[in-house]
Design a protein around this ligand. Structure first.
Ligand code: ADP
Length: 437
């Protein structure tokens, strides 16, 4: 391009030089050198102004610039602009094709995708959004999303910036349509909301839950009968079967405990909320200390500590049972002579109930799976100590129903700490203070 530009400049320069020479020759012949040179320069200027006017008209019109067939600088400028214009049109077409294919791909997604701005106003959405979230095109463009999806759970989740996926939200289109939502922030002030239809998955999950609940329920009666008959047999009546009878009783007790724990889990899974009661922590800790001491039978040193004056808001029965599970684990997995500490303490934002022991500890690779049903670090140790493998699952479910979480820290050979972490919204001022004016 610079090469062609140089040629064009040279060509225009030559033309000007020839014109000036001609003007000088005519000027000398006619003894009007100055007038002829002035006329030639004026003619050059007028030609330049005319080409500039024509060029600016061409630029202003939205039509395609025609090719110039001269070799001067103005022709070169016109041809260069024309090439740029043609390239820009090609680029624009390619971009449009790309944009269309992106739009078609997004439209073909089975998941609803909604682009939101900082104020959660709808910028764009795909076709699946109409079926899954009931948005209308084009009326709902620019609308505030929480005004259209009117669910308190959804609103609160958006306020929390969609910190974690929102599972099992009924669609505004139909209660039977269950959605799982994610909020993906892709710039500081823009986010994508992705909603997936998980109705089928939720139905299967319900079938699984019903199945476990029904099986456990069905097993309960025959087990009670077996257990009852076993209790009726006195070992003295059948001295030769005494060890077998002992084992039968143990196993039937274990099975009954498993069934009871499975039923507890099913009951917790079926609930979305629990009674909200004021739980005074001092008597609760004292009750836990007594339970630990009874289980330990003097084999461990059990202490309690209170570093937070708040009461706890939640279901007294379920939380007590969850904390008892942790205490019972601490006793069962800590060798005689160990120390067990139950503590209610502040954690800066909320408060936590922690159960620490100086027991065998748990290798790090097991920690993420401990709350799965029937997951045990050592199956034999758990069975020997009367464990069902469901204790920590129950704890996790109870805590979820209180928007709390279980934090586990453990070091093999040193001990473990299981902490139930509650948010500030679960803490109540002690009654004496709360009632003060
Ligand atoms: P289990 O009835 O087997 O105790 P849990 O769900 O209560 O079932 O606990 C799961 C597993 O976690 C246990 O089998 C045990 O291996 C481990 N575990 C729980 N608490 C402790 C603890 N305090 N110290 C060491 N291991 C523990």
């Amino acid at each position: 391009m610079p090469h062609r530009l140089g040629r064009a400049w040279r060509s225009s320069g030559w033309r000007l030089a020839v014109l000036l020479l001609l003007a000088m020759a005519v000027g000398m012949l006619t003894h009007a050198l100055f007038a002829c040179l002035l006329a030639a320069l004026l003619a050059t200027l007028a030609h330049g102004a005319w080409r500039l006017a024509r060029y600016s008209r061409l630029l202003a019109s939205r039509r395609q610039i025609p090719p110039a067939d001269g070799s001067g600088i103005w022709d070169e400028v016109q041809n260069t602009t024309r090439k740029r214009q043609i390239a820009a049109v090609g680029d624009k077409r390619r971009m449009l094709r790309l944009l269309r294919s992106f739009r078609d791909a997004a439209a073909a997604l089975p998941d609803a995708v909604v682009a939101l701005d900082r104020e959660q106003r709808i910028q764009w959405f795909n076709a699946a959004t109409v079926q899954l979230l009931g948005l209308k095109y084009p009326q709902d463009l620019g609308a505030h999303l929480p005004n259209l999806v009117r669910s308190p759970r959804f609103g609160e989740w958006l306020l929390r910036e969609g910190d974690e996926p929102l599972v099992d939200l009924p669609s505004p289109v139909s209660e039977d349509l269950r959605l799982s939502l994610r909020l993906i922030r892709y710039t500081d002030d823009r986010a994508l909301l992705v909603a997936r239809d998980v109705s089928q998955l939720m139905r299967l999950e319900q079938v699984r839950r019903d199945f476990v609940a029904n099986v456990s329920h069905e097993l309960r009666t025959p087990l009670t009968v077996v257990h009852g008959y076993l209790d009726m047999i006195e070992p003295e009546q059948v001295p030769e079967y005494e060890p077998i009878l002992h084992e039968l009783r143990n196993q039937s007790r274990r099975m009954t405990q498993i069934v009871e724990d499975l039923l507890t889990l099913s009951r917790l899974e079926a609930r979305s909320d629990l009674p909200q009661e004021r739980i005074s922590m001092r008597p609760l800790l004292e009750a836990l200390r007594r339970e630990a001491a009874a289980l330990s039978q003097g084999a461990h040193e059990v202490t309690t500590g209170i570093d937070d004056r708040h009461d706890l808001l939640g279901s007294s029965k379920e939380l007590h049972s969850a904390f008892s599970n942790l205490v019972s684990n601490a006793v069962r997995y800590t060798p005689a002579g160990g120390r067990i500490t139950v503590r209610w303490e502040s954690d800066g934002v909320g408060a936590r109930l922690s159960v620490s022991d100086t027991g065998q500890g748990i290798p790090a690779q097991h920690l993420p799976r401990l709350t799965e049903r029937f997951y045990r670090v050592s199956t034999s140790r758990s069975r020997e100590s009367g464990g069902t493998g469901l204790g920590l699952s129950i704890v996790k479910h109870v805590l979820q129903l209180h928007q709390a979480r279980l934090e586990i820290r453990s070091e093999p050979g040193v001990g473990s700490t299981f902490a139930c972490v509650f948010g500030a919204e679960r803490l109540l001022e002690p009654l004496a203070l709360a009632e003060a004016p």
